[in-house]
Write a protein that binds this ligand. Sequence first.
Ligand code: DON
Length: 331
Amino acid sequence: MVQGTANWNTKQNQEWLQEYVEDWISFYRKHTKEGKVASYIPLLAEANPDHLGISIFGANGMTLRAGEVDIPFTIQSISKVISFIVACMERGVGYMLDRVDVEPTGEAFNSIMHLEMRKVEKPFNPFVNAGAISVTSMLPGRTSDEKLEPMFQLLDRILGYRPQINVDVYESERDSSMRNRAIGYYLLETGFLESDLNITLETYFKQCSIEITVDDLAQIGLILANDGEDPKNQQEIIPRQVARIAKALMLTCGMYDASGKFATYVGVPAKSGVSGGIIAVAPPRVRDEELPFVDGCGIGVFGPALDDKGNSIAGIRLLRHIASQWDLSIF
Ligand code: DON
């Protein structure tokens, strides 16, 4: 455990923490060798499996960054957090929760089997593909551009710039997405799709192909850690109720069939994507001792070598280490 002092937000402590984070990146980088980059979307297979980067943005204004922090990557499944938040803001929380459940599946993110085997009344949660595609179909708008617009507007408000779609990744996913098409047809047959199937899938593939960096994930995480408010100016960006539901879902379903282990060993809401990104949210915590980031922080990680569940292998280990060193667990 890093020993506390009365005030972590000093230049000396920032330098000290920065050195720790750099050491941890060097140490955990060797774990990237145990994973593999995603290959089911051909363009993702071109990522460098040795990369590992982290950004931590504290509510107290402290920023720590180490490793490959400037490499853009596509947001992939982390977009499911944004699309769900936007759908709740546009359609209302009650409307969304009537149509998509909030239960973990214990299955792979792209499983179809559980929908049929368990004869579900609605998709299990917004973070498995079935639920996410259904949520995307509920975004208002007739075209994919119209459906994406409120997502871009929210990202622009949080990040201070409008991210772009990586068209090559979008086309690569669109042309290799047999399983998501199968899920889409199943949702259509069972009445869980509220827009045209092709428009919905086009929107889903585009939202997954939005290009971001670890800094962007840390900034989104910071807003969620602060229950939807920007700690810099106390402005509400995401309604508190929506931010809290999003965090509950991240904790229970965000790391797919590894969510239980992540909650146990790391203990903070998080969401992963197959390009190797992880967003983690450490809310403010009350402890007797002084600890770094006691007012909360957002964390963005990038490590494209994945484990067999589709989560960044070194990223998870790095987060586990940091959470234990700084006592970030919400439990
Ligand atoms: O649906 C897909 O296949 C992807 N575009 C997103 C999947 C993803 O990121 C799963 N995360 N671990």
